[in-house]
Design a protein around this ligand. Structure first.
Ligand code: SF4
Length: 415
């Protein structure tokens, strides 16, 4: 069936350009590591990447490597190695997969790009806006390689982002500059930072437009497409290539909207996905929804790379605001009103919450949100239990059955 579906679903033509960009990104890092020509900073997904680019670093994002380990299912093979040295199976499976892959000397970059190992960091830079695990994750490599580790400690579970939150983060970022100068050998230049923030702003605005294409009926892309096409927004923000790429992708998606060409043929239901993807089961889930004529048209996860606040006129303040306005940083009331808006604007008729065993930070079902949402919006919700990377926590059969039953419930609502 999967092969038939591959033929039924029209592939996104821009994908080949995206693959080239990703290859160039990893090969540039590999080359820099081999020649020592440019310093490498590791950065968490919403760490201060703009500052690192402005200081002349090449920036590497281990969470992206974590997702690759999940998508290739290598994660399940290597996680036990991290467990064996004391990293619990209950903590972030990006962390355990990444550390396990390092311990085993395996990476999906070898098959994809002929690269033997992930690039070694000259400095590790985290932001705890998403979770504490990133600090522990980077600390493993700081000990392993004896390289500096610095970080931003973000206020969490907040409603409104207040000026004092922003001021605090600005001060923390400015305090990083002398350390970054010492490692990179470059002097900080505010004009260069403004340029990078401007590029990040352009990228994020285009990425928002890509995702907003999902509001069209039928939607020209699915959540599963977006998890793939978000890669440039994740690893190339602050670089012109990402901006060019999203212009290309948007033009293709807008053509599909004009032609009323849905990503799912005869789209009948439209869902919102909250929580992490199940990286090792993207294909299976995508195929199942396709067969059920159901499109997952919006998600919290892919929206996490929309940073409306960037402003090159106030680079530090706007970066601090952008990194703190993130969904994952906010309290339940903010999250609920945020999701309500997307649910209304995207004509959503059901919501799936993925409870990822090893990521409580991105599992929003644990404090009764689905029940409150179902009541408030009169919308069906479903919680599926699984994980981003550790497939030992995921039952394919049970998930399939639950999704089927959920869509049957939606069918009954269709006049
Ligand atoms: S937010 Fe979740 S998936 Fe991301 S690094 Fe933290 S624990 Fe891991």
């Amino acid at each position: 069936m999967t092969d038939q579906l591959k033929h039924l679903r029209k592939p996104i033509a821009a994908t080949s350009q995206m693959k080239k960009l990703m290859a160039a990104h990893f090969l540039e890092l590999d080359e820099a590591q081999k020649t020592g020509r440019q310093k490498i900073a590791w950065c968490t997904s919403v760490g201060p990447a703009e500052l690192l680019h402005a200081m002349g670093f090449l920036v590497y994002y281990p969470e992206n490597h974590g997702a690759l380990l999940g998508a290739t299912r290598m994660a399940t093979e290597v996680i036990p190695l991290a467990n064996a040295v004391g990293y619990s199976p209950d903590i972030c499976s990006y962390l355990t997969a990444d550390v396990g892959s390092y311990l085993k000397g395996l990476t999906p970059l070898t098959k994809a790009y002929g690269i033997q190992s992930v690039p070694k960091a000259d400095i590790l830079v985290y932001n705890t806006n998403q979770c504490r695990d990133v600090q522990d994750w980077f600390s493993f490599y700081a000990r392993e390689w004896n390289v500096p580790i610095i970080g931003i400690h973000t206020h969490r579970n907040i409603g409104k982002v207040e000026d004092f939150h922003v001021t605090d983060i600005v001060l923390q970022m400015k305090a990083m500059i002398p350390v970054l100068e010492a490692v990179s050998g470059a002097k900080f230049d505010i004009d260069r930072l403004r340029e990078v923030v401007d590029l990040s702003l352009q990228c994020t605005r285009l990425w928002r437009r890509v995702l907003e294409c999902g509001a069209a009926i039928p939607a020209p892309l699915t959540f599963f497409d977006a998890t793939i096409h978000m890669a440039p927004a994740v690893v190339l923000r602050g670089k012109p290539e990402a901006v060019e790429y999203y212009k290309l992708l948007i033009s293709e998606l807008e053509d599909r909207i004009r032609l009323k060409e849905g990503a799912v043929k005869n789209e009948r239901h439209r869902l919102y996905w909250d929580g992490m993807p199940v990286w090792g089961k993207l294909r299976e889930l995508s195929d199942q929804f396709y067969q059920l004529k159901t499109n997952v048209v919006a998600s919290t996860y892919c929206n996490s790379w929309i940073f409306d606040a960037f402003d090159p006129k106030t680079p530090f303040e706007s970066m601090a605001r952008a990194y703190t306005e993130l969904f994952i940083v906010r309290d339940e009331s903010f999250k609920e009103s945020y999701m309500d808006n997307w649910i209304k604007n995207f004509s959503i008729d059901g919501v799936i919450f993925h409870d990822a065993k090893t990521c409580p930070n991105n599992s929003n079902d644990r404090y009764s949100m689905p029940q409150r949402m179902a009541k408030r919006l009169s919308i069906p919700t479903l919680v599926i239990h699984g994980d981003l990377n550790d497939l030992r926590c995921y039952s394919e059969e049970q998930t399939r059955t639950n999704i089927e039953a959920f869509v049957e419930q939606l069918d009954q609502k269709v006049p």
